[in-house]
Design a protein around this ligand. Structure first.
Ligand code: PEP
Length: 250
């Protein structure tokens, strides 16, 4: 039985004061109760220490939004997986479509980053998803499978892995695929994982849906078979919205 994961991708938003306010709102909303899912927040790197300090000892986990594929060295402006781990992270988002488009990240780079994350003891959340043109061209499953094949690290024993299916056209747009369309992709991802990892290991991988998930549509999206949680952008910046999505897991 996979426990659902609701992960907040804060992207390039927040300063110490607003991040503190947001986390305080989350913790007040939880009121010491165990949430019906695993909760994760992924703030910008410079806020990891502030946010990590506030959520220490609570059911909210900490994650990074990216890491470098190398262990250490001359990579100005980059952050290693070990640095994220040292800052208290358990997860790191990799291959988000905004990294792929803003920074030209291709599958092989995402794969190197995922390998580095695993080596540092982090769980990578590897993002895949088609553009509007690819969906319109009937290529959604082919694109997603190609990204999985190119972006995932070589399988290894006990490997912790999360996949996020995020249609590029649904991110920040207020548009979502139909529940049937989401179910079709998630089922295809599960089948692909079964063929690659075997049934038992594939069954342990959580497949998140991401793209305009909000309190109003979360319950139906989270009820789709093989949707094991959500990667939430805009709605993770409001404590009440993020908690309402988490409650929709119940
Ligand atoms: C995201 O960027 O991962 C995302 C899902 O964004 P939004 O929820 O704002 O669509």
């Amino acid at each position: 039985m996979r426990r659902k994961l609701i992960a907040g991708n804060w992207k390039m938003n927040g300063l110490r004061a607003s991040a503190t306010h947001l986390v305080q709102g989350l913790l007040e909303g939880l009121a010491g109760a165990e949430p019906p899912c695993e909760l994760l927040v992924c703030p910008p790197a410079c806020l990891l220490e502030t946010v990590g300090g506030l959520i220490a000892g609570t059911p909210v986990a900490l994650g990074g939004q990216d890491c470098h594929g190398a262990e250490a060295g001359a990579h100005t402006g980059d952050i290693s997986a070990a640095m994220l781990k040292d800052a208290g992270c358990a997860y790191v988002i990799l291959g988000h479509s905004e990294r792929r488009s803003d920074h030209g990240e291709a599958d092989d780079l995402v794969r190197a980053k995922a390998g580095a994350a695993l080596a540092a003891g982090l769980t990578p959340i590897v993002c895949v998803g088609e553009t509007a043109a690819q969906r319109d061209g009937g290529r959604t499953l082919a694109v997603v499978e190609e990204q999985l094949a190119g972006s995932l690290p070589e399988p290894g024993p006990g490997q912790a892995l999360v996949i996020a299916y995020e249609p590029v056209w649904a991110i920040g747009s207020g548009r979502t695929p139909s529940n049937e369309e989401v179910g079709e992709v998630h089922a295809a991802v599960r089948r692909w994982l079964e063929a690659r990892l075997g049934g038992e290991a594939a069954a342990a991988v959580r497949i998140l849906y991401g793209g305009s998930m909000k309190p109003g549509n979360a319950a139906e999206l989270l009820a789709v078979p093989d949707v094991d949680g959500g990667l939430i952008g805009g709605a993770s910046l409001k404590a009440e919205d993020f908690l309402a999505i988490a409650r929709a897991c119940a």
